[in-house]
Ligand binder design. Structure first.
Ligand code: EPU
Length: 338
């Protein structure tokens, strides 16, 4: 791309080599509006990054890559039952989870150690170990890229679903999230149904304390998922596919060991299991690989976005051929040839 100047490699946890026409970090709303106005004047689309932990650059982008790095958290309402926090988009997610645990604000323990920023969390409705972000979100504050106007979306308006929201649909690449309001209960209601978490907590005092759940989740993630700081990756590369009940039953009869989970609209299959069954776990080539410890995670070993997406395509084809269901890529992909 002529004029591409800014190196993006260090801006994503996959560390894929790519360049952008321009990039800017802004720490407050006036600077954000100014950057958006400059992008409009230059005719550049805007790509918003947080910590880049759910983004794939498949190639160079003719865009302004923008990070809104404002930090800060404040209690904006509280009563005996709950507290409502307003947290700036640039806060590190796991730091917020730790702080809430210390303050006695509960609910986020299962979401410990998820990489990324608070502003990115609503986009894919982060979720882990039986808990999703959505029920804790009161509102999402954002600035519209097209005109710099502020808007506030209620939880309902965010259209949250499994690894999905309006920010991946109608508002994709249309807003910069600037802050998120969370309402957290003071009472701890442990969610420990997820099989691996239940096993990890077996033998401990029941019901578990918030700290026990937090510690168990941190230990599970450290044991299974590669640390992006040392092994470039973007977490789960595919969504777990949801199939209708009849298809799920037929698959369970044919593959008795197949993990399945309850889900709206049918049953959720474990994409990691499907990929492993197709023989991909640990597969490597062209500087990209399927993580040997968890087949749902693709890692980069010096390869580029094109190689990574080619590997993803081969995995999708092979799972579709074997199990009859198509895996959907979870991270946001930019710079790909259409
Ligand atoms: N499995 C395999 N082989 C593998 C990987 C998994 O057989 O290589 C099996 C496991 O044994 C288990 C089942 O698949 O029976 C599910 O595995 P796991 O508990 O590791 O969870 P997952 O469905 O693979 C999802 C999320 C993760 C989240 C975990 C824990 C998605 C796309 N991924 O993974 O989220 O941490 O559950 O709740 O929903 C992420 O989104 O980046 C992410 C890491």
């Amino acid at each position: 791309m002529p004029g591409a100047a800014e190196d993006l490699t260090a801006l994503t946890t996959l560390r894929l080599p790519a360049k952008a026409a321009a990039r800017r970090d802004v720490t407050d709303l006036p600077a954000l509006r100014e950057a958006l106005a400059d992008a409009r004047a230059a005719g550049l689309p805007v790509i918003v990054l947080g910590e880049g932990s759910n983004v794939v650059f498949a190639g160079d982008v003719d865009a302004l890559v923008l990070r809104y790095t404002a930090t800060g958290r404040e209690v904006i309402a509280e009563d005996d039952a709950s507290v409502t926090l307003r947290v700036a988009a640039g806060e590190h997610w796991h730091t917020l989870v730790c702080w809430c645990l210390e303050q006695g604000y509960h609910g986020l323990e299962n979401l410990a150690l998820i990489p990324g920023t608070v502003g990115a969390a609503p986009i894919q409705n982060i979720g882990a170990y039986g808990v999703e972000l959505a029920p804790f979100v009161e509102a999402v504050h954002a600035v519209r890229i097209a005109d710099g106007e502020t808007l506030t979306l209620s939880r309902a308006e965010c259209a949250f679903a499994y690894r999905d929201s309006i920010f991946k649909g109608a508002l994709r690449d249309a807003v910069v999230i600037t802050a998120v309001d969370f309402r957290l209960p003071r009472a701890h209601v442990p969610v420990t149904d997820y099989p691996s978490l239940r096993e990890a907590l077996a033998g401990q005092a029941a019901p578990p304390e918030p700290r026990d759940v937090f510690d168990a989740v941190v230990a599970l993630r450290r044991a299974r998922l590669p640390d992006p700081a040392t092994t470039p990756n973007a977490g789960s590369f595919f969504k777990n596919p949801v199939v209708d009940a009849a298809t799920a039953e037929a698959l369970a009869r044919r593959y008795p060991g197949m993990p399945q989970f309850a889900a709206p609209g049918g049953r959720k299959l474990a994409a990691g299991w499907l990929i492993e069954q197709c023989g991909w776990r640990g597969a490597e080539g062209e500087g990209v690989a399927v993580h040997p410890g968890h087949a749902l995670v693709l890692v980069s070993r010096g390869g580029d976005g094109r190689a990574l997406l080619a590997l993803a395509q081969r995995i999708q084809d092979s799972v579709a051929e074997t199990f009859g269901c198509r895996l959907e890529i979870e991270p946001r992909v930019y710079g790909a040839a259409a």
